[in-house]
Design a protein around this ligand. Sequence first.
Ligand code: NI
Length: 264
Amino acid sequence: MTAKITELFDNIWQQYIAVTPSAQKVHQLLGSGDDLINDHVAYRTFNLEKINLDKLAAHLTKLGYKECGNYHFEAKKLVAKHFEHENTELPKVFISELLVEEFSLQVQEIIKRLVAEIDSENVAKDNFLYSGRHWQLTSSEYKTLLNESEYAAWLAAWGFRANHFTVSINHLQNFDCIHSVNESIKDAGFILNASGGEVKGDETVKLEQSSTMADTSTVEFSDINLDIPSCFYEFAKRYPMDCGNLYTGFVAASADKIFESTNS
Ligand code: NI
């Protein structure tokens, strides 16, 4: 089972670095060439039946992952869940879904049209979590979505792929604190997401997070090609709970700011 899971995340990583070359450079910087342990991998989807959160989660639960937490992001009109495997060196997976019915009719119509183009059989296939876009999209539809929801526009442009990977600072050999990770990354010329401060959360909430701003990559729309934000890299440090085990949940107020790493 673990070999299957490792293979899945290898495939997801390859798809991710193809549009996020900075992640591979930062990976090299933090690990000095060694493999790193990922704290989590994050996904975005729409809450429409055909491809909702549960449909993505099914690919993980069949590999032994269990649902462990529920989150609601009111302003961004999202809900999310996180999934964990009993092998704590395997990444947690954070899956959010956009509450489509809360947007304008124009936006809802675009999203429903995109989802209608998906072949349901492909949603159940083993490669779905790294299958990319399953629909045609014009640049003006992208801009209409972007006007109401950066999340919707990103998902429409990029489809099903990791939105970000997250390095576990707890497992790094050469770093122990998020501030020194951040300084090294900035010294190497990468830009951090400063929304809500570079470090989101602290020891009192048992989780500190920071992230790069997304890379820019070219997307082929039906009419033209545009360079738009792709994916980003996150860094997380977890603190022990009273029982001595590391906290494994997520902090909604921090995640809310991390979502903004794909803003232009
Ligand atoms: Ni994250």
